[in-house]
Ligand binder design. Structure first.
Ligand code: HAM
Length: 442
């Protein structure tokens, strides 16, 4: 029998324990920022009907046309691994009546699947954190989503490393008129287009504006601009978005060539881009999609949202050398035969202090136990030797040269441990630019 292939599927990476502190740090920052803007969590399935994405994202898009994982299940139904979260979120919101005469702010988090060519920052299974804001057509909703994203970057200490680009796509009618004019123009220059652009000319000409091919870019430079086709209301909407962003102190640039790879967008679209990651520099992207709810059979409902790429945020932290430490982990050192006395003490301390305790295993002289404590990368060794146990005390020895050891009553331990910064597992310590003092290094 052939040997079992023990490699992960290409483009679907494992995320190892050493990387998780960055992930936890990012996830926590996202959830906290979303909560301060009154977004609530919704959990959505990873599998939906293929048709949902075909109709929602658009048949002509790369995502649906080239990248979607689809399969027939045992009933013969065509299903797809979700390539993004918006279509499923709208489906769920409609199915459960969440959009009926109400404003709804939702966030979701989880893996998405696209059969793209894997490279740094681009995977076939990747995680998104998405925000979807339903029911408000005014520019303030656009700006609130952008402010929430801004708050995330501030919280994570990444704001100096990202730039916001915005554009407007206007209404579907505006896009249609622009599209006709664009196709007519590009057809005049068709002999200078590459194969990809020629194919897009038929299915999604707007995407040609996004081409990275320098020859195509020269042609695109003189192509009819969507901005020249905008109606009064669309222009006004976009101007108000810009005015509000400026008043909120959010820096941005207008990028007239910014088009997105999904068909559902209308009016405002945006991308937050970093230069720290190379080619895959978009760390958050989104826009308005005022027509999608109606297209899915609901009442006309304006909506705007975005999604962050979590791998890319974690990579940014790594690239920026954000130090990761296991803060406040305790390595418990004790004589092997005292385990029955030690266990209830530690059980109590775990519960009351919510800190991390690692019990020494397999006994050994104290010297050996200290060596293991160093190897376990703990901040402190706590010693419960015969003397301490007899006097109901505990000795705390800071490791990594962080000060002198001291002894305290066991009844005082929890109060001491609780005042140490950070009760949660391990997180990335502050970047130099982090604004939050509580994240100062321990
Ligand atoms: P998107 O631009 O396709 O938008 O993806 C959003 C983000 O997900 C990207 O900016 C990137 O950070 C990350 N991402 C996308 N593809 C990959 C990949 N193959 N590997 C790693 N990261 C990736 C959407 O998905 C829309 N649903 C966003 C949205 C929500 N618009 C309105 N509401």
């Amino acid at each position: 029998m052939a040997k079992l292939n023990m490699q992960a599927v290409r483009g679907m990476p494992d995320i190892l324990p050493a990387e998780m502190p960055y992930w936890h740090y990012v996830e926590q920052g996202l959830k906290q920022a979303a909560a301060t803007f009154a977004f609530k969590e919704i959990r959505l399935p990873c599998v939906e009907s293929t048709e949902l994405f075909q109709r929602g994202i658009g048949e002509g898009t790369d995502i649906v046309g080239k990248e979607m994982y689809t399969f027939l299940d045992r009933n013969g139904d065509s299903l797809a691994l979700r390539p993004e979260g918006t279509a499923g979120c709208v489906r769920a919101a409609l199915q459960h009546g969440l959009l009926h005469n109400q404003i709804q702010r939702l966030w979701y988090y989880g893996p998405m699947f696209r059969h793209e060519r894997p490279q740094k920052g681009r995977y076939r299974q990747f995680y998104q954190f998405g925000l979807e804001y339903f029911g408000v057509k005014e520019p303030l909703a656009d700006v609130e989503v952008l402010l929430c994203i801004h708050a995330v970057f501030v919280k994570l200490g990444l704001l100096p490393h990202v730039k916001l680009q915005i554009n407007t796509l206007g209404t579907p009618e505006v896009r249609q008129r622009h599209r006709e004019s664009l196709v007519a123009y590009l057809q005049q220059h068709v002999e200078h287009l590459d194969e990809d652009s020629k194919r897009r000319l038929q299915v999604n000409p707007l995407r040609i504006l996004d081409s990275k091919n320098p020859e195509v870019q020269v042609i695109v430079a003189n192509a009819p601009k969507l901005a020249d086709f905008l109606d009064e209301a669309s222009s006004q909407h976009f101007e108000q978005v810009q005015a509000l962003l400026t008043s909120a102190g959010v820096d941005y640039t207008v990028n007239p060539t910014l088009v997105r790879g999904l068909d559902y967008y209308t009016h405002t679209v945006f991308e937050w881009v970093t230069e720290t990651l190379g080619a895959q520099g978009t760390v958050c992207a989104g826009g308005r999609y005022d027509g999608l709810v109606e297209m899915f059979g609901g009442h006309s409902t304006p909506a705007i949202g975005c999604a962050f790429g979590i791998e890319r945020l974690a990579l940014m932290l790594a690239e920026l050398d954000a130090p990761v430490v296991d803060v406040n982990h305790f390595y418990v050192i004790f004589p092997e035969d005292a385990i029955k006395q030690v266990l209830p003490v530690i059980a109590n301390w775990r519960r009351e202090s919510e800190k991390v305790f690692i019990l020494n295993q397999e006994g050994g002289a104290f010297k050996k136990q200290f060596k293991r404590a160093d190897k376990a990368d703990c901040a402190y060794a706590i010693i419960l030797a015969e003397d301490e146990l007899a006097k109901q005390q505990v000795t705390v020895k800071p490791l990594k040269g962080q000060g002198e050891q001291f002894t305290l009553a066991q009844t005082d331990f929890v109060a001491w441990a609780r005042q140490l910064p950070h009760n949660i597992e391990s997180i990335a310590k502050c970047l130099p630019c982090h604004p939050c003092e509580s994240r100062n290094p321990v």
